[in-house]
Ligand binder design. Sequence first.
Ligand code: GTP
Length: 366
Amino acid sequence: MQEAIILVGGKGTRLRPLTNHTPKPLLNVAGSSFIRHQIARLMDAGVEHVVFATSYLASLFEEEFKDFSQDLEISYAVEEVPLGTGGAIRNAARLLRGGPADGPVLILNGDILTGLDLGAILARHKDREADVTLHLTRVPDPRAFGLVPTDEAGRVLSFLEKPKTPEECVTDQINAGCYVFSRSVLSAIPADREVSVEQETFPELVAQGRRVFGHTTEDYWRDLGTPLAFVHGSADLVTGKATSPLVAGPVEALIHPTAVVDPTARVTGGSTVGPHAVIGPQVVVERSIIGRGVTLAEGARIHESVVDHDSSIGRESFLHEAVVGCHSHVGAQNELPGRLRLSCGIRIPARGVRVSGTAVACPTVH
Ligand code: GTP
C-alpha cells in the first residue's frame, strides 16, 4: 500500500491575517482548499492512505474532510504541542499501516505547489536503494535558501545554511519540500521532542553515511508561504502555468457561479472570485483572490492582492500586493500600498490611506 504524510501543522505566520482562522493548507487556491489539490495529486500517483500531521487549528482538517467519500483513507496525527517538521513526521509515522521496512513513504510539506511527477521520484528512490530522496529545485537567486549540493550520482553532500557571500553559493539547488523516506529510516527520528527535519534529521543522516539522494527537476515549483507567492500560485493554477487534477483547464479567471460580476468589470490574470462576491461596474481585478461574500464597489482596482471573505472595498480604491483580512471595510478612494496587511475586522474610512495624488482637505478646524 502506497502511503503518504502531509505536514500541515505550521501556524503560517507569514500569511497572516489569512491564517488567523484558517490553517494555510485549507486556504482557498484556484477554487479548492490547497490541501485538496495535493490530495488529488497523491491519489493520481496511487496513494491509498494519507496521514495529516496536524497541530495548529487541527480540528478544522477533520471538519474539511468529514464528508470525504473518495477512494482514499485519511488519518490524523495531532500534535498537542508542535513537534517541528521532523518530530511531526515521526509522530505521523505511528499511524502508517505498515509495509516492508524499506518500502517508501511520500512526505509533503502542506504549502508547496509543484508539478513534480510523484511516480518518478518514487521510482528513482527505489532504483538507487536510497534511505531518503529529496526533491530539489533550482532557484535563480539561492541567497534566500539553504543549499543542497549533490555529487554526480545525485548523492547529497551536505545541507548548507543560507549563503552570505557569492563564494558560498556552491549550488542553486534547494530543498523543495517533498521527500521519500524508506520506512526503516523514520524510526531514527526522535519522537518525544521538537525536531527540524531540514536542520537536524537530514544533516545527521548524511553525517551517518546513510543513502540520501537528491532528485533535481525543472518542474514548476512554488512555496506558497508568503502573500505574493500565494496569489501567484493560485493564478498560475487558473491560467494553466501550474496544473492540478482539480482545475479543468487554462482560463483567464475562475468565477464562482453565485458571484455577480458587472459586465463592465474586468477580472483577469488568473484571478479567482468566490461564492456570493459582488464585483461592481468598471472594477479591475488582476491576478488576485477575491473571497466569499466580498463586495468591490465601482471603479475599485485590485492588483496581485487577496481580499478575504466578507470584506468590502469602496469606490475607486486601489490595492496593490495587499492583503485584506476578513470582515474588513476599506472606504472609497483609498490606496493600499504594496505589502500592506489589514487585520480582520478593520475599517478604513474614505480616503483614509493614500500614497499618491493630492492631499485631501483637512477636515479639522485650526
Ligand atoms: P510560517 O509560520 O509562515 O513560516 O509557516 P509554517 O508554520 O507553515 O512554517 P513552514 O512554512 O516552515 O512549514 C513547512 C511545512 O511544515 C508546512 O506545511 C507546515 O504546515 C509544516 N510544519 C511546520 N512546523 C510544523 C510542526 O511543528 N508540526 C507539523 N505537523 N507541521 C509543521
